[in-house]
Design a protein around this ligand. Structure first.
Ligand SMILES: NC(=O)c1ccc[n+]([C@@H]2O[C@H](COP(=O)([O-])OP(=O)(O)OC[C@H]3O[C@@H](n4cnc5c(N)ncnc54)[C@H](O)[C@@H]3O)[C@@H](O)[C@H]2O)c1
Length: 397
């Protein structure tokens, strides 16, 4: 369920933004901002001013205003919105500061370090009336949209799998993380699964492991099986240390339904194989000719959707309330792997909610969080506009 937010009238001028975080991904965003006629780069914020200056130089604007404080620089340059590309630990403080400065935020994934912090940000967005959209850039892919369109011919959907096998040698923090694949990568496929199925997660059973030859300290491989709200199963099978026959960074997908199957290798247009006579006509249409709305490509697409949302009031994909469930899938998978038990997403949301209430520093945000409690217990439906967890999920047979 989308939430209303304050729009910004289109006066014919591009929307002035500041980019916060000028690291590796910040550079990609600076390039996207510079390439778009819809936005104008007003300044760059980073705790490391040299990084901010280097970011400005990288887009040929060495004299661009830079600073360490988001609200301050945005005010100085008259920015109308913030793009938050900081490290996950800074997502909550930076986005909260921007929202309370009256600025809408387009933030990198994950929404925050924890689901609890994500709930705090959802409450802050409600309170301020500002749009907070999380950019899940892999959703903005024409072939993914085509796969979803083809899925329309499958009848009832039941089985979705994503195989992800890569062998990158990052050499940085990822090599030292406890859960490199699940935390840093799998959120993309988990979020894409929600998009393809138009369903929310109910529960997960996950196993993490580290192949003998892995060059990662933490577990670089995982198998996660989710029950989704339509009764579908989504199985993610991935590894970050699998040289040879590597899959796409988007993963290789198979979606099975009542009348057939859609395959997508992640890099080329999807194909459909449909069993029913009616569906055969659809199967005969080349997949790349399936008419779909062009979502744009990766961060370019999410940037365009963010600006369009602010101009028109049309809710974008990735609004904070909705996006929290993608991070919840990651946390639940990690918990399942650690405990060896199936984890209910509803139970995880309930615990995260209590943590959010306990840790909230702002009384006004705490009041919004408290309003999500009905008769003393947290209501995911009231809070997020979704009902991801029936009390007793059906067993996996
Ligand atoms: N969509 C994708 O495919 C994709 C790919 C890579 C990274 N990301 C995401 O982008 C974000 C940034 O990743 P990265 O690889 O660029 O990280 P990075 O470490 O290279 O850069 C982060 C920058 O943020 C700055 N920073 C940290 N805290 C700050 C604060 N409080 N205020 C201002 N600046 C602050 C750091 O100084 C650093 O320059 C992460 O959330 C990551 O998950 C997304």
């Amino acid at each position: 369920m989308s939430r209303p937010f304050t729009t910004i009238d289109d006066d014919g001028a591009p929307l002035k933004v500041v980019v916060v975080g000028a690291g590796g991904m910040g550079r990609a965003w600076l390039g996207a901002v510079e390439a778009s006629p819809l936005v104008e780069l007003g300044g760059i914020v980073d705790l490391d001013l040299d990084a901010a200056r280097a970011g400005a130089a990288s887009v040929g604007k060495p004299d661009l205003p830079v600073g360490r404080g988001t609200a301050q620089l945005a005010s100085d340059v008259g920015a109308q919105a913030v793009i938050n590309v900081t490290v996950p630990a800074a997502h909550h403080p930076v986005s909260t500061e921007a929202l309370f400065a009256g600025l809408p935020v387009l933030g990198e994934k994950p929404v925050a370090s924890t689901v609890a912090q994500g709930l705090s940000l959802a409450a802050a967005a409600e309170l301020t009336g500002q749009l907070f959209m999380v950019s899940q850039s892999r959703r903005y892919n024409r072939d993914l949209f085509a796969a979803k369109a083809l899925a329309g011919g499958l009848g009832r959907l039941g089985i979705l799998s994503a195989d992800f096998f890569k062998a990158p040698h990052f050499g940085g923090f990822r090599d030292q993380m406890d859960h490199p694949l699940l935390l840093d990568m799998a959120i993309h496929q988990f979020d894409m699964a929600r998009f393809l199925l138009e369903a929310d997660p109910v529960s997960v059973f996950c196993e993490e492991y580290n192949p003998a030859w892995s060059w990662y300290r933490g577990d670089a491989a995982a198998v996660a099986s989710f029950e989704m709200s339509g009764g579908e199963r989504f199985v993610f099978n991935g590894s970050w240390c699998s040289p040879g026959q590597e899959t796409s960074w988007n993963a290789a997908w198979r979606l099975g339904g009542e009348y057939g199957t859609v395959l997508w290798d992640g890099d080329n247009p999807p194909t459909a194989s449909l069993a029913s006579a009616d569906a055969a006509a659809l199967a005969a249409v080349p997949a790349d000719a399936v008419v779909v709305k062009d979502p744009g490509s990766e961060v370019h697409g999410s940037l365009r959707e963010f600006v369009t949302a602010l101009r028109t009031g049309t809710p974008p994909m990735g609004q904070v309330h909705d996006n929290i469930l993608s991070l919840a899938m990651v946390e639940a998978a990690i918990e399942s792997a650690a405990t060896g038990r199936r984890v209910l997403i509803g139970a995880l949301l309930e615990r995260s909610y209590r943590e959010a209430v306990r840790d909230e520093k702002r009384p006004d945000v705490a009041a919004v969080l408290n309003s999500w409690s009905i008769d003393g217990s947290f209501s995911a439906g009231a809070a997020l506009g979704t009902a991801p967890a029936p009390a007793v999920p059906s067993p996996i047979s």
